[in-house]
Design a protein around this ligand. Structure first.
Ligand SMILES: Nc1nc2c(ncn2[C@@H]2O[C@H](COP(=O)(O)OP(=O)(O)OP(=O)(O)O)[C@@H](O)[C@H]2O)c(=O)[nH]1
Length: 211
């Protein structure tokens, strides 16, 4: 008998160039690119993983960090069950931005949303500790105060990337086979990648859009 499948809608938020798309690329394709183009609008990808006796299907919305796309974010985090709020451990400004995202999610997103705070590019710090500009303790304190999961990652080396998604998967109540039979309302192909400059494309934000 096939395993029950639970879909988890997950959104990535964070300042431009902190490595959101690279985290997704590492998770979905176990790959890394030194010269990743900035995301335009948002990108959509899926990945399945097995957790205990379940298959968890992550439906991932990778949002653009550039300020000109900031107003689109609510369309992606509304109805999300999980969010990764990403900052760059070498960029203090990106941690300030991460605090803002956590606040906004708590005010505007689903009450039960699971949030993981993710300090990326830890490989740079591993090479030279002087490059660290956001103390691990400071991030841990924020995570504790706000009830967040917390990870330091490197999309470049792959360090802790799977752990972030497994950590989220383990916190979300997994459905039984009967509930899954009703479906999530989304009908997307695995490993589909769509670059969206209009949120009317693909399923997800379009359904939630009040425009
Ligand atoms: N050293 C190092 N570089 C990284 C890491 N993750 C991403 N990068 C680099 O950082 C740059 C930005 O990465 P992206 O994944 O495009 O960042 P983003 O947050 O998706 O950016 P936007 O799409 O503009 O929001 C790229 O040159 C990546 O190669 C990492 O873990 N370590």
């Amino acid at each position: 008998m096939s395993k029950p499948v639970t879909s988890i809608k997950l959104v990535l938020l964070g300042e431009a160039a902190v490595g959101k798309s690279s985290i997704v690329l590492r998770f979905v394709s176990d790959d890394f690119s030194e010269n990743k183009e900035p995301t335009i609008g948002a990108a959509f990808l899926t990945q399945r993983v097995n957790i205990n006796d379940h298959t968890v299907k992550f439906e991932i919305w990778d949002t653009a960090g550039q300020e000109r796309f900031a107003s689109l974010a609510p369309m992606y985090y509304r109805n999300a069950q999980a969010a990764l709020v990403v900052y760059d451990v070498t960029k203090p400004q990106s941690f300030i931005k991460a605090r803002h995202w956590v606040k906004e999610l708590h005010e505007q997103a689903s009450k039960n949303i699971i949030i993981a705070l993710v300090g990326n590019k830890v490989d740079i710090v591993d090479e030279n500790e002087e490059e660290r500009k956001v103390a691990r303790e400071e991030a841990e304190k924020l995570a504790e105060e706000e009830g967040l999961l917390f990870f330091e990652t490197s999309a470049k080396t792959g360090a802790n990337i799977n752990e972030v998604f497994m950590g989220i998967g383990e916190k979300i109540p997994l459905k039984g086979p009967e509930e899954e039979a009703q479906g999530s309302g989304l009908n997307v192909t695995d490993d589909q990648r769509v670059n969206l400059d209009s949120p009317g494309n693909a399923d997800g934000p379009a359904g939630a859009c009040s425009c």
